[in-house]
Design a protein around this ligand. Structure first.
Ligand code: NAG
Ligand code: NAG
Ligand code: NAG
Length: 245
């Protein structure tokens, strides 16, 4: 892939930040350099769209919509909550994302913001159903694995996430989580994969395979890693990081 993957390094405190409901964005990209100004039709439609997404998304964890006249005044928007978050936390996250993205990218016609529990994206062209290979970043836990040979660990991570990808792409929710026991070390690898539900099952698999193929360049032998994008994301850790309910 001919794009640059931004890599965010998280320190040990990462683990502790994660245990509280973190409300800071993980990352954002103002990807469309076309501008709009306050109080124009695009601006008003975008605000309406964001409000509607904050209602549409929580019941199922996924929301999609567009409002206004094509080509100049019609924003398309999408939001997705992580597969395990409650309706309430989903709502909190999408509401926060809607207001924050307008501060982070105040005039861009297209932008995306990611949180731990959700992401939100909009653009002035219809992007629904297409794999987003442009907007993507990686995060890693800087600590090296020490209890197991890194190469062996990497293989297990890959196997776990590949297994989960097959599952996720067959489900309507397009989300799968799971664990891989490292019996000999009494440690587990915890993983999750998720696709945005506007893409097909086949494209979900393509997107996840592509994200998994980024792991050697971001997260080789690291205790935790994520590749997060506009159509799918993957994550693994050596501690449980999902809600238990
Ligand atoms: C959008 O606005 C920014 C800041 O004012 C400016 O630098 C940029 O050139 C504008 N982009 C377009 C496509 O007009
Ligand atoms: C992890 O391993 C790499 C390569 O051996 C080393 O350069 C790096 O300093 C290590 N990182 C930590 C946090 O120990
Ligand atoms: C992957 O799936 C296969 C077949 O279901 C299973 O035997 C294997 O243990 C799984 N591996 C991991 C790492 O989850």
């Amino acid at each position: 892939m001919a794009y640059k993957l931004s890599i965010i390094v998280s320190l040990i405190s990462f683990l502790f930040i994660q245990s509280a409901l973190s409300i800071d964005p993980l990352f954002h990209i103002c990807f469309n350099s076309q501008n709009f100004t306050t109080n124009t039709v695009y601006d008003k439609n975008l605000r309406k769209l964001l409000t509607s997404l904050s209602y549409k998304t929580p019941p199922t964890g996924f929301g999609l919509g567009s409002i206004g006249q094509y080509p100049h005044d019609r924003p398309y928007g999408l939001s997705l909550c992580r597969g395990d978050v409650s309706r309430k936390d989903c709502k909190t996250c999408v509401v926060e994302a809607s207001s924050e993205i307008l501060k982070l990218c105040p005039n861009n016609k297209g932008a995306i913001v990611w949180y731990d529990s959700c992401f939100l994206k909009y653009n002035d062209i219809d992007f629904f159903g297409k794999i987003d290979y442009q907007n993507r970043f990686a995060m890693l836990n800087v600590n090296n694995v020490s209890m197991i040979e890194p190469q062996k660990f990497n293989q297990r991570v890959k196997k776990l996430l590949t297994n989960l990808s097959k599952k996720a792409c067959q489900k309507s929710k397009m989300f799968a989580k799971g664990e891989s026991e490292m019996e000999e070390y009494s440690k587990k690898i915890y993983g999750m994969v998720q696709c945005s539900r506007d893409v097909s099952g086949v494209d979900c698999k393509k997107c996840l395979d592509d994200a998994i193929s980024e792991l050697p360049s971001c997260c080789d032998g690291k205790q935790g890693g994520r590749v997060v994008g506009g159509s799918c994301n993957i994550r693994y850790e050596i501690y449980p990081f999902l809600n238990l309910h």
